[in-house]
Write a protein that binds this ligand. Structure first.
Ligand code: KG4
Ligand code: ZN
Length: 335
């Protein structure tokens, strides 16, 4: 089944054509404007998406050597995300569905991050534990089957990507902060400063607001020039605390459920220290880990097309009265 996937839940405009879990094209356009403000400005995001959608979808089709006639359906993100951004994508998909007379299906963005793993490793089969770590979410999920999920724990405050972005801002780094901190941390000493590991050993919920505040107070008390001089060590110390939390909790959850597989998804799953740590610590206790390739960690259309194909093949599709769900959870049904 060949599906066109469209993703506009945050600042990206992305489209992709996927054919039976083969990615024929994957086009992503990120918006530079938000860098200037150190975060996403929702109104700018949706305005830019209105402009970008037609050329991005055209590029995805051209790159896949496909036309609307060749595709079997359209998949589009309907939540969670920014309402205005979600609406641009959903309405665009409804329009091309009507014009091309192809079925369309509204897809859960969080399920998309999960399906990035299905796309990248077709050997991955449920049940497994899914660690979802993005700019908006931090959750441990029991994937009982594709489409059957139970949330084991969630962040009580900030998402891990959000903590990365806020700490990066405090350090005077650009947006998004995760890749920058990750790059600096590779050259730093993670034992330089000990930042708190909230809720470690206390179940599957997370809390990242404490570490963010503790970095803030730590930075405030330093002399001029100290932070610039020790950017790499401070980044490594922050990253070390975050990675220890994510790694230990994911492994604890897998052990609790007696499951020997952990898959990771969302923007923060690009993190190099997390990849090393989770791989080695899991392997030591007989657990196999799955990470999507870097190109499928952040928001993209291929993961949305993969979810769409799964449900379209089961005979599901969405109606033209479908709405957006800015606060959709992974367990929520959309119809
Ligand atoms: O999944 P995503 O593209 O968007 C959401 O659905 O939220 O995730 C974006 C987040 C940002 O907070 C960004 O800083 C973070 O992923 N991120 C990283 C890395 N690459 C992206 N965080 C840590 N290390 C990275 N290498
Ligand atoms: Zn995302």
């Amino acid at each position: 089944m060949r599906v066109l996937g469209i993703e506009t839940s945050c600042d990206e405009t992305a489209a992709s054509v996927v054919d039976d879990l083969n990615i024929l094209s994957n086009v992503v356009s990120s918006q530079a404007i938000h860098k200037k403000y150190g975060g996403i400005v929702p109104e700018f995001a949706s305005r830019e998406q209105i402009r970008a959608l037609t050329p991005i979808v055209e590029s995805a089709l051209v790159e896949a050597k496909s036309s609307f006639e060749d595709i079997d359906g359209i998949a589009v993100t309907c939540g969670p995300g920014l309402a205005g951004s979600l609406l641009t994508g959903l309405n665009f998909a409804k329009g091309i569905s009507l014009a091309s007379n192809k079925k369309y299906i509204a897809v859960n963005h969080l399920e998309g991050h999960l399906f990035a793993n299905r796309l990248s490793d077709t050997n991955l089969k449920p049940p497994f534990v899914f660690l979802l770590i993005s700019g908006g979410h931090t959750q441990l999920i029991h994937v009982k089957d594709w489409g059957d999920y139970a949330v084991l724990g969630s962040t009580l405050d900030d998402a891990v990507g959000e903590a990365y972005d806020k700490v990066a801002k405090m350090l005077g780094l650009g947006y998004p902060g995760g890749p920058e901190i990750d790059r600096l941390a590779q050259k730093g000493d993670p034992s330089f400063e000990h930042f708190p590991r909230a809720l470690l050993g206390k179940g599957y919920d997370f809390s990242f607001s404490g570490i963010k505040t503790s970095v803030l107070y730590y930075l405030k008390k330093q002399e001029d020039g100290f932070v610039e001089e020790h950017l790499e060590d401070i980044s490594a110390s922050f990253q070390g605390a975050v990675v220890e939390l994510l790694t230990k909790k994911a492994i604890e959850a897998a052990k609790f459920l007696n499951i020997d597989k952990i898959a990771v998804g969302g923007g923060v799953s690009a993190n190099s220290t997390l990849r090393e740590e989770l791989n080695s610590k899991s392997e030591a206790v007989g657990i196999k880990t799955y990470f999507p390739p870097i190109s499928l960690t952040t928001d993209n259309g291929a993961m949305i097309a993969a979810v769409g194909a799964y449900y379209l093949e089961k005979g599901k599709s969405s109606s033209l009265t479908m709405n957006v769900y800015p606060n959709l959870g992974i367990e929520d049904a959309t119809d």
